[in-house]
Write a protein that binds this ligand. Structure first.
Ligand code: FES
Length: 338
């Protein structure tokens, strides 16, 4: 099978219709692991957790960041169903709004008015000119026409996010691939849903809640949104409005480090601990958690030890992308549970 110049193993396999498994397409989840039997490959940046030393010693690579340097022979475990390659789209920046000192709302208008089908909670990979990717959730719900909304948090030293805050202009062209990811709202069932968002983890939760309300889901839904300060709750009026307008939705903001100027009298502490206080027994609930790796890694075992069935815990996490120079690090997403 021929591989185009600069094409990854995963892209080449998908182009040929092979049922190669994948999720994040960005070296973060480990789903695309395969074994190189012969030949040489060049491995791009990836998370250490997605490919351990033991994996590497066993000849395993991540197909989504592996580029063949010679003819190669690989072995992989096919998925039950071949998935199409995520499509590449072109869009123009329709607007840029600073929602908080370090959060920018970027609206992207796909060229030709293309309507992109996705599930609430999925994300896209912005394609940078040097071949790197940056992952951002769709903050808009799937039913909403018009521009796609992203919430971009400024990462000090981050190449792409600095560009967004300092030099991106309305009308700029952005290329991205997607939709990607398996962190999305499961609509069947009647279990009450708890959404846990940390900082800009609110973006996919916004998409999921707006979709659920639009679809008329009657299940009880509670959003716990944890940030450091009051100003970090950058679209607080939205969940407050959802709560006023929908009897089955509640909103619990939680600040971990409110400043005296905030005059905060609401909940404080870590967001997952606020949930455990309110729900000592989580059996019979479904939880969707999106935020930093630290938040999700702390929350997941705490929830399951309080009775949550692992199959009812859907999580997604942002973490610093692997870079030789960590000052250049930006956000990359890890895949959720399939
Ligand atoms: S798809 Fe390759 S690491 Fe996630």
């Amino acid at each position: 099978m021929p591989v185009k110049e600069d094409e990854t193993l995963l892209d080449a396999c998908l182009r040929e219709g092979l049922a190669m498994p994948f999720d994040c397409r960005n070296g973060g989840c480990g789903v695309c692991q395969c074994t190189v039997l012969h030949g040489e490959i060049e491995l791009g940046p990836h998370q250490a957790s997605a490919l351990t030393e033991a994996d590497r010693a066993a000849g395993r690579v991540l197909a989504c960041v592996a580029k063949p340097r010679t003819d190669v022979e690989i072995e992989y475990r096919p998925t039950a169903q071949a998935r199409p390659a995520a499509r590449i789209h072109t869009a123009r920046v329709a607007s840029l709004d600073r929602l908080a000192p370090d959060v920018m709302r970027v609206r992207l208008e796909p060229e030709g008015g293309e309507r992109i089908a996705f599930y609430a909670g999925q994300y896209l990979n912005v394609l940078l000119e040097d071949g790197q990717k940056r992952s951002f959730s769709f903050a808009t719900p799937p039913h909403e026409g018009g521009p796609i909304e992203l919430h971009v948090r400024l990462i000090p030293g981050g190449q792409f996010t600095t560009h967004v805050f300092e030099s991106m202009q309305v009308g700029d062209v952005v290329r991205f691939e997607g939709p990607v990811g398996s962190f999305f709202l499961r609509e069947s069932g009647d279990k009450p849903i708890l959404f846990v968002a940390g900082a800009t983890g609110f973006a996919p939760v916004k998409s999921m809640v707006e979709h659920a309300l639009h679809a008329g889901l009657r299940r009880e839904m509670v959003l716990y949104w944890g940030t450091r300060r009051l100003s970090d709750l950058y679209l607080r009026e939205l969940p407050e409005r959802w709560a006023r307008e929908h009897a089955n939705f509640r909103f619990v903001p939680v600040l971990s480090e409110p400043s005296p100027d905030d005059g905060w009298t609401g909940r404080t502490g870590l967001v997952h601990e606020a949930i455990l206080e309110d729900y000592p027994d989580l059996a019979g609930h479904q939880i969707y958690a999106c935020g930093s790796v630290k938040m999700v890694e702390a929350a997941h075992p705490a929830f399951t030890s309080h009775g949550l069935t692992p199959d009812d815990c859907f999580s997604d996490a942002f973490r610093l992308a692997p870079r030789i120079d960590s000052r250049e690090a930006d956000l990359v997403r890890l895949g959720g549970r399939p």
